[in-house]
Every structure is written in C-alpha cells, then in structure tokens.
Design a protein around this ligand. Sequence first.
Ligand SMILES: Cc1cc2nc3c(=O)[nH]c(=O)nc-3n(C[C@H](O)[C@H](O)[C@H](O)COP(=O)(O)O)c2cc1C
Length: 367
Amino acid sequence: MGSVYGRIFRVSTWGESHGKGVGVVIDGCPAGMELCEEDIQRFLDLRRPGQNKFATPRKEADRAVILSGVFEGKTTGTPISVMVENTSQRSADYSEIASYYRPGHADYTFDMKYGFRDYRGGGRSSGRETIGRTAAGAVADKMLREIGIDILSYVRSVGDIEINSFDPAEIRQNPLCMPDKEAAEKAGAFLEELLKKQDSAGGVVECRVSGLPAGLGETVFDKLDAELAKAVMSLGAVKGFEIGEGMNAARLTGSVNNDAFVMRDGKISKATNHSGGVLGGMSDGSELVFRAAFKPTPSISSLQKTVDRSGKETEVSVKGRHDPIIAPRAAIVVHSMAAIVIADMLLLNMSSRINRIKSFYKEIIPG
Ligand SMILES: Cc1cc2nc3c(=O)[nH]c(=O)nc-3n(C[C@H](O)[C@H](O)[C@H](O)COP(=O)(O)O)c2cc1C
C-alpha cells in the first residue's frame, strides 16, 4: 500500500482511524541522539484535534509511546517504534457511510481497488494516518536541529485571504497558524461564515528550511524538489505543490527569474531566491521555500449528491466530527514531511565524495 518512505531514514506508518491505534516504525535513525516521548509529543500536540473552533471537536489525547529503539534517553540505532492509541472512536458516527461514497473522499476508490474497506472515519485514508508521519518528523527534526537545520511552517492563505506581513512569533498565537494577525482575524471571520453554511475552506501551507548545505539531493529521479513534492503530495487533501516561484515562474522572463550569484561574507550566495533553494534537484545553500495547497475539507454537513454501493443515486450530509479547514492542523505535518525528506537526503549525501568516505573511515579504522 505504499506505506514506506525513505532509503536510509526510512519510515513505515501503520494503523486506521478507528482501529486500536496508529503509529510508525523509523529505521535508520543514527544512534546516540537524545530522544524522549516529550520530543514527539510536542509535534503531535500541534496536529491534535479539538484545540479550537476551527479544528475537529474529536477530542483525542494522542499520547505518543515509544516502544523501541531508545535506551537511557538515547536512540540505539535500531528501529524506533512509536504508537498512539485511538481513544475517541465513535464508529457509530460512520456506520451509515459504509453504504455510500462520500464526495471528495477515498471511499469509492478504496472499494474499486480492494472490494472491501474499513469505512470507519476513512480508515487508512483518514487524517489520523498523519500521526505516524508527524512522530517520525519530530525524530527527523531533532536530528536536523543537531546540525543547525531549522524548519518553519505556517498557513500562508485561507481561501482568498493571504498574509501581508510575516511575524514568526504570531504563528502559534492564532488558531489558523498564520504569521499575520490581521489576516488570521479576517480568515477567522470567513470561516465562521462558512461554518454557518455547513461548508469548508481550503488553504496554503508554506514551509521554510534554513541552514541547509548546498548539494543535498540526488541528480536525476530523486531530486530534492521531486522528493519533497512526492512526500507532500502523499498527504491527503494536498492538491498542489510549488517550490520558489512555482507556477509563477512560467510568467516571468529569464532575466527576472534567474538568481544572480554574488559573494557575501566570502561565500558564494544568491542575490534573490526565485529558485526556492533548489537548483538541478540539489539544495543551493539558500533558504528552501515550498508551498502545499490543501483543498477544502471534503466532509461537510450540507447536503451533497452521491451514489450508494448498489449504484442508486442519493443525497448525503456527512455527519461526524470534521475540521472546517485542514491547512492549520496540517502545517506541522508538512513540516514533518520536509524533515523526513531532508534527513534521508542528508544521510544519502554522505557517500557522494570519495574524500569524505576516506576521512570518515580514517577516523574509525586504526592505522
Ligand atoms: C492532517 C489532515 C487532517 C485531515 N482531516 C480531515 C477531516 O477532518 N475531514 C475530512 O473530511 N478530511 C480530512 N482530511 C483529508 C482527507 O483525508 C482526504 O481529503 C481524503 O482522504 C481524500 O484524499 P484526497 O483529498 O487526497 O483525494 C485530512 C487530511 C490531513 C492531511
């Protein structure tokens, strides 16, 4: 089912929305890194439902338990297994949807593929699957921070309302994770109106990564931007991925879009960053900037046309507990996917030059 990502830093997520729990196995995390459940919990708390009026009222503790791979507070180099118990299952909320296909969801496609599906809360295609990714992202992020790589993600727009200013301290001060207080207030009022109409909105999450060395990423199929696009597009509800100028690059001229190389503090640098930090599939040493477009939450309680499993047309109002917007809760999930991709790329990149391999083995082989 494509539940595994990465070549060296390798994560496998498991679990369904209304099964006993969800989680992840992380293989390839280097030994000796300090790690505790609180490191993972901090990330999960930013994704957790039920925290404000724009997030699903489904109240889950989402407590992370590390089952393996950590001893005396440090990673052992063996698989790290993290589990989160599902404590707020209300399968009865979903019993009705077993018979029909919810518009905008994976019900129809799961049935066509497997002929059978766990219909409770979307099963494997539920947003709860991202708990495993977020836990793995917390571990990857810890590794990245040890070497000075910092990731920041936030909501850039809600519907048509876009940020006009950027204050990183504001991101966690408003329920929409926007770095612009005024835009967050406007977006809040817009969502209140949509809630009254039993409708939902989409939004764009932007992610910035600083401290990356130049040269990360493989040169053909496994380019850094290609890997990021795959990782981010593999999240439910993501319908677009852009890096740097993204779609807008097609409207620019070469003389505008090219980033001039300049010397800054004795180092090769770029005067602008239209590339978004990637050239030829490899990090170019400037800030990595990418965006993910999230569609409006498909579960809405207003009436929608659909078809049931027997082929009869019907109308549905999707009950249960759902976010009127996905993007704010998904900001930490996008951050996590970026951390997983970059951790994997960093480890892969270590074998790119013979002199680096020689100096590594010289250090550990006596004589
Ligand atoms: C973090 C996260 C939370 C989500 N929460 C919800 C939700 O509460 N209600 C809902 O209808 N869809 C939610 N989704 C989106 C659906 O899982 C997704 O739209 C659906 O599986 C169909 O897949 P597609 O949109 O990629 O085609 C969420 C997605 C993510 C990444």
